[in-house]
Design a protein around this ligand. Structure first.
Ligand SMILES: [Zn+2]
Ligand SMILES: [Zn+2]
Length: 157
């Protein structure tokens, strides 16, 4: 009989359950929490930010474990690693192809509400010796906050 009132034992039991569960779905409790935290907001967080959020729920998790799980979640097609310029490697809870707008003022990233331009790749067909496997398109601009700040500075100056 398992006594769930025993903290340590219960923890151990949860870990065993996670491994059992992992065999079928490859979704451990840690991995599920990481996925939930990425999908909770739409701000395309970097690994550090994901780590900070996950740590509030799983205090013993390490940054290395978070990185490893992010790799696996990318491989599983649950999330994607964004190929954007800017300082940080960001992750997206929406695995489907879509474009982004990056603010040059504060480096925040938002989804661009347009459909993927797949015909761009079709247009290239037969015109290059390369086999085209994809494309990246990034919009840059000023977010409303940075835009307002710039307006205030201009009004003041
Ligand atoms: Zn901004
Ligand atoms: Zn996105």
């Amino acid at each position: 009989m398992l006594d769930f009132s025993l903290g340590k034992e219960a923890d151990h039991f949860v870990e065993i359950m996670d491994v059992e569960f992992d065999k079928k779905t490859r979704m451990t409790r840690q991995r599920r929490v990481i996925l939930e935290e990425i999908r909770k907001t739409n701000n395309h967080p970097a690994a550090d930010e994901i780590y900070e959020r996950v740590r509030k729920r799983l205090p013993r998790i390490s940054l290395g474990t978070v990185y490893r799980n992010l790799d696996v979640l990318c491989d599983l097609g649950e999330i994607q690693r964004l190929e954007l310029s800017g300082a940080m490697k960001r992750y997206d809870g929406i695995p489907k192809k879509h474009y982004h707008i990056r603010c040059v003022g504060c480096d925040c990233v938002d989804d661009a509400p347009i459909a993927p331009l797949n015909e761009l790749e079709d247009d290239l067909y037969g015109t290059t010796v390369y086999e085209i496997i994809g494309h990246n398109l990034e919009f840059t601009g000023l977010c409303p906050r940075c835009s307002a700040q710039r307006g205030q500075r201009q009004a003041a100056g």
